[in-house]
Design a protein around this ligand. Structure first.
Ligand code: R5P
Length: 227
């Protein structure tokens, strides 16, 4: 089985009847949503909240009941992918542009399970350019302020050539290539202090579990600092 799918299916086994479940975004979360859909069709009773319009549409197609924040008191378990995971389970997210909703959902969750294939594991974050959601107004200046933190900040564009990428929240994404992030906590604070930044893709201390799929077909739930 594909490593992303194997990790996703292991994480979905943590879901049980009555839970409110956060649905992640991306190619790994896709497999989790598929598996949740299968279990719902087999009789699992859950309610779900999605981290993107894309995941919400997929969930609805599969018959997963979607609720809004006004209908819940919290989220029991969220399963989501990541772009990079370090030794302390600090995570970079937002490669698919969903970081803001993902962070809101993760912060409302009792437990965040990160599902990745082994290629996402890194001793230190930074190889993957850090996505930062920024408002449209003054974005040229915001990009300069981001670059002043020591990165190359690039406005994300649609691969179709249709101009700047627009998030579900109507904002832009700046991809910030730092190369190496030595202190994710401090960088997180520095970035979010810049006016025009909505949030960044660093998820510090939020992951409760990391489930990894390997090329040899195995799946392992990591212990902290065991990468
Ligand atoms: O914005 C997207 C999300 O943060 C994804 O969870 C992340 O980019 C990982 O995506 P994938 O599983 O497709 O590598």
């Amino acid at each position: 089985m594909e490593p992303k799918r194997a990790a996703a299916e292991k994480a979905v086994a943590y879901i049980h009847d009555g839970m409110v479940v956060g649905l992640g975004t991306g190619t790994t979360a896709y497999w989790a949503i598929q598996q949740i859909g299968k279990r719902v069709q087999e009789g699992l009773h859950i309610r779900a909240i999605a981290t993107s319009s894309h995941s919400e549409s997929l969930a609805r197609e599969l018959g997963i009941p979607i609720v809004s924040f006004s209908e819940i008191d919290g989220i029991d378990l969220t399963i989501d992918g990541a772009d990079e995971v370090d030794l302390a389970w600090n995570v970079t997210k937002g490669g698919g542009g969903a970081l803001l909703r993902e962070k809101i959902v993760a912060s409302a969750s009792k437990r965040l399970v990160i599902i990745v294939d082994e290629s996402k594991l890194a001793p230190q974050l930074g190889r993957f350019p850090l996505p930062v959601e920024i408002v449209k107004f003054g974005h040229e200046w915001t990009l300069k302020r981001l670059a002043s933190l020591g990165c190359q900040a690039t406005l994300r564009t649609f691969s179709s050539g249709d101009g700047p990428y627009i998030t579900d929240n109507g904002n832009y994404i700046a991809d910030c290539a730092f190369g190496r992030i030595t202190n994710p906590q401090i960088l997180h604070e520095q970035i979010n202090q810049i006016p025009g930044v909505v949030d960044n893709g660093l998820f510090i201390g939020m992951a409760g579990s990391v489930v990894v799929g390997y090329r040899d077909g195995s799946v392992r739930e990591l212990e902290k600092e065991s990468l």
